[in-house]
Design a protein around this ligand. Structure first.
Ligand SMILES: Nc1ncnc2c1ncn2[C@@H]1O[C@H](COP(=O)(O)OP(=O)(O)OP(=O)(O)O)[C@@H](O)[C@H]1O
Length: 234
């Protein structure tokens, strides 16, 4: 299988006064192109820290992250920004839309930052929101805002989509729709998706499940028969 990203012996420490928090301890793995990864683990186990390091939002204390053959250069903020812009898409629990921009303008803004964007109007149609293009976020439900956030993330045409609890604030049927969009993107365009969740049920749709505990990647489980999002009961 084609390796898209690789984490080699990643450690992340946060120093707060006299206290050192070891958020990640010697974490190593490979991510394949086109696979769907779910990350599970208790609160504080290092899941978000890892996602942020994979996306070039945070730097590791030691170790190396590779994107294809290239190692991310944590000493060079410009090259990290270039990596983020060209290759990584983010979806968070709270949608972080620009409140003063319409749905379409939010997506277009992301397109302007990308060298190889997908068509914003097409993406809004794909997430079922063509008729809401001119609406501001404050006039949309949580599920609709998350769909705009997904269109915005996909618009950059990223190779890897990093999702931190994307369904955490949504009711189960809206959460299911969001998972379906992510899964469709994953299968249709063969893009890698990494999704953090506290909901073990969601792990059934993954190709592989990473279990974190106390900053360590304790276990990787392969799902031989991943379920479709519409087959899981959230
Ligand atoms: N900016 C920071 N400064 C100091 N400590 C931090 C910072 N970010 C995370 N931590 C600490 O690092 C550890 C891992 O945090 P992280 O947010 O990665 O865990 P998580 O598994 O994503 O938790 P949750 O499921 O609650 O979001 C925790 O002990 C947390 O308090």
């Amino acid at each position: 299988m084609d390796i898209l990203m690789k984490a080699a012996d990643i450690c992340k420490d946060y120093i707060m006064g006299e206290v050192r928090v070891q958020a990640l301890k010697h974490v190593s793995f490979e991510l394949y192109r086109g696979e769907f990864i779910v990350i599970l683990g208790p609160s504080g186990s290092g899941k978000s820290t890892l996602l942020n390091i994979l996306g070039g939002i945070e730097t590791a204390t030691s170790g190396t992250v590779y994107y294809e053959e290239m190692s991310l250069d944590w000493g060079d903020p410009k090259s990290l920004a270039a990596f983020r812009r060209a290759h990584a898409g983010f979806i968070f629990q709270f949608y972080n839309l620009m409140p003063g921009l319409t749905a379409l303008e939010n997506v277009k803004l992301a397109a302007e930052l990308s060298g190889d964007p997908l068509d914003p109007e097409y993406l809004l149609e794909q997430v079922g929101l063509s008729d809401r293009a001119e609406h501001f976020p404050s006039r949309m439900s949580g599920g609709q805002q998350q769909r705009v956030a997904i269109a915005r993330a996909l618009c950059k045409n990223p190779d890897i989509l990093l999702c931190d609890e994307p369904t955490g604030a949504l009711d189960s049927s809206t959460g299911c729709q969001i998972l379906k969009l992510l899964s469709d993107f994953n299968r249709k365009y063969e893009k890698t998706v990494v999704l953090i969740t506290h909901n073990q049920t969601i792990a059934q749709i993954a190709d592989r499940v990473f279990y974190f505990k106390d900053g360590c990647l304790e276990q990787i489980r392969v799902n031989e028969y991943p379920l479709k999002p519409e087959e899981v009961v959230l």
